[in-house]
Design a protein around this ligand. Sequence first.
Ligand code: AMP
Ligand code: MG
Length: 420
Amino acid sequence: MGFETPLPLSMATRKALEITPHATTSSKRKPLQEALGFVLARDEFSEQESPSFDNSAMDGFAVAAEVFSGSAPWSLPIHGTISAGGTLAEARQPDGGCYRIYTGAPVPEWCTSVVPIENVRCDGSNATFSEFPVYGSHIRRKGENVAIGTRLVAKGTRLEPRHISHLIAHGVSQVSVYQPPKVGIFSTGDELAVSGAMRSASQIADSNRPMLIAYAQSYGAQVDDLGIVPDDPDASIAFFETIKGRYDLVFSSGAVSVGGKDFLKEAVLKAGGRLESWRVAMKPGKPVVFARIGSTVYTGLPGNPLAALVGFEVFVSQQIQVLSGAHSKTGLFMPGTATFDWNRKAGRSEFFPIRLAGFDSEGRVKLDRIEPSNSASLHAISQADGLGMVPADVGKIAPGTSIVWKPFPSASAPLSELIS
Ligand code: AMP
Ligand code: MG
């Protein structure tokens, strides 16, 4: 079948993305409240300036500079209160006095400063100031944050809660988002039992499929569960014929290696697909198939659960991002410092479970490697804070060596253990 030499990781990542079309799916309008996790199909611009009126940045006193004649301290009568959401009708020219004002309340035109409550001595009807107020202090000026027409959130952004808030604050109530990609996921293996079903002593639970479905959904894909495909050449070919062109992306776990029961590579070809590559110089998870079948991208991950997880993180998550029209920035690995000695065989990029071990004297995150890391089990990775990675050509890691890692969204180490 050719392609005997495993592809270096960087080339494999490129290949995975090369065969994946950018979002071609149509967009639709959605109310912002329903748009969380969708990808913006066009830039969104501000329809309102912010702030939309001059307002106070502090709880304090609204004062006019001209009232402060003579020398400190100045004791001024309090004429009233201006509250957030209130009107200025009452806040007439201060007439030698001042107004109590709260954060977010409109600032009257005559007001030259807001003096924070902490800097004022107050005896109920009078406020005493010991310093001349700084002109313009603690007043948020109309339009100083965002002007009308400013780009608020760029096309290609997967909307998070912070974007939703920012858009709503500027008068945007509906957005154009891409339709999420259609993704099908299947497992392979006669040893797999459907979860909940009785199983014989030699069967195992199909634990990859629910994980991969959940991961794909967490990246916004519209997922179909395509079940378990038996270890059978004809069934595999028939399966690929049925999914061909029906999905943007199909991916699977198992049956992509070189064992006698690994039929998927042949089946893709026999169903009319094109095999792009099928081995990557990485550990775990060397056998990874990249293929196109009709208009569908197919990625075959290995069956070992850790290898399937790593394959998803490294390749499939990026493919979903591209198909979704999202900026492809989710795969970022960040630098950290190893706490451990490790002599490994160079030649393949290696992924392994990482636990946070605090910070070094320069503030860099310290990373422990959790051992043993066994690709057939998720036990170690389930206790981990992230996924570490060593490039193919590095054979020796010593304490202090800089390595990269990608945090999991919910780190398992309590913060109190990290800051000591
Ligand atoms: P394979 O890549 O098909 O050779 O499978 C490698 C290992 O992963 C075997 O021990 C399989 O039993 C296991 N495996 C394959 N698919 C799954 C799955 N869906 N869930 C859990 N383990 C699996
Ligand atoms: Mg198998």
